[in-house]
Design a protein around this ligand. Sequence first.
Ligand code: C5P
Length: 307
Amino acid sequence: MENQPVITKMSARQQSEICQSCHKGSNQFFWHGGVHETRGLSCVSCHSVHAFKSEKAQLKEKTGAAPEEIVVAIETLLTKERPLAGKRALVTSGPTREAIDPVRYISNHSSGKQGHAIAAALARLGAEVTLVSGPVGVADPAGVRVVKIDSADEMLAACLKAGAVDVAVCAAAVADWKAAKPASAKIKKKPGAAPPALELAPNPDILATLSRPGPKRPVLVVGFAAETENLVANAIDKRTRKGCDWIIANDVSTAAGTFGGERNTVHLISAEGVEDWPTMAKDDVALRLAGRIALQLARPRRVVAAE
Ligand code: C5P
């Protein structure tokens, strides 16, 4: 993969914007992809490298510096060029609501901020995005098709209805269980009677369903792991169990303040290993992830499902 020519889909005008050194419209760039070194694209004409360093390289150097410049480099390189133009993306976001009766439900504290920010970032890079969202307080992102659902069953149906996509990002906090037999009328309190038993049934796993191998599988499937302990170990295990390509692991313990907060500290887990990202605003996590997705989809080979 390293130093293999990559045929880009960029126009000559866009390429000259990228290659500010020679301003030539070559449509070939060399991909530098090793996890231990600089990643990026170099122009065939002048060989100047439009690069950003991998997290592993940064850790190796032990600079300890927050890699804002890398984020800025990705942003400059990718936002201008809309590298996801022509790509289709599906994002799930927010909590699901599982009815117990017409007035009560099972849900969780997910705000939808991270998932919505990812949908917005993918659209900003040119993707045609369908966002399947549970009930959230955040606004619909601009330029994104939003499908609003309540339950996990509805979320799965909406995802399947969205059709073939290049990338699916499952950021929703899907309730693990639903009421086995939701009541059609409000369950009444009866004086002196014991509380009613609530029988639960498992919800479908949307991430695992989308990750199943087959002709309709997205090229890249990204899941999230919200954990309160053994974050990275559990997330590595989750990637294999769900069959997705990447897992974004984040700490949702109360101390981390991720649920409902503005910032997030995540780790990107892929077949290549674990990258620790610095704490960033959720919008920056989203943009950085969208940039990584663009680079992954630009690779000439298909991503293989987790082994
Ligand atoms: O199993 P767990 O909920 O920890 O997995 C989290 C990941 O799986 C997230 O990406 C979430 O969106 C996805 N998920 C799903 N459907 C479920 C449960 C989780 O898509 N029923």
